[in-house]
Ligand binder design. Structure first.
Ligand SMILES: [Zn+2]
Length: 176
């Protein structure tokens, strides 16, 4: 299907446009030089940051060759001298089902937001945050649970914990 719309030809390739192009190029180079730090991309293509106590947690994307990649795990949330940081093991992250990957963002962020080093607490708080963000709910959670054994006490306890408190008012629907 050819639906190549012909965009209005904007021939305003004047100096200001050049400056914009240059600025964009410089920004891109700066972003690349900054390494693998960045936002988290959900399965639907939208991006987000982990914000705790008003500060954005640094996210590092460790490639397979990176000596600092979290060993034998998909992610590591930890305190650094400059704040908090989530290091993602890119190779492992890529291998996860989209539902698990999206949830894992909230799990890791909850380690920082609560803060807690207890896995169950992070899982519970992460699920609550994901619901509050409008990204979890019965349909999503049913799919998520399919990736784990039904008698997995860790997940059963996660849902008991997340369901156990009074429900927060529904988050406003995103515009559009
Ligand atoms: Zn964890």
């Amino acid at each position: 299907m050819v639906t190549q719309a012909t965009a209005p030809d904007r021939r305003d390739t004047g100096e200001s446009t050049m400056k914009h192009v240059l600025a964009a190029a410089i920004f891109l180079v700066a972003a690349l030089c900054a390494g693998r730090a960045g936002a988290f991309t959900f399965a639907d293509g939208t991006t987000t940051h982990c914000i705790a106590r008003g500060e954005v947690a640094m996210e590092i994307y460790a490639e397979p060759t990176d000596p600092f990649k979290p060993q034998n795990r998909t992610a590591l949330a930890e305190r650094t001298p400059n704040g908090w940081q989530i290091t993602w093991n890119v190779e492992r992250l890529k291998g996860l089902p989209p539902e698990v990957r999206d949830f894992l963002f909230f799990h890791e962020c909850a380690h920082i937001r609560v803060p807690t080093e207890v896995e169950l607490n992070a899982n519970c708080a992460g699920l609550k945050d994901m619901r509050a963000a409008g990204r979890a709910g019965p349909a999503f959670e049913a799919r998520l649970r399919q990736f784990f054994p039904p008698d997995y006490e860790y997940w059963n306890e996660t849902f008991r914990c997340a369901d156990g408190e009074p429900k927060a008012p529904p988050a406003p629907a995103p515009a559009g």
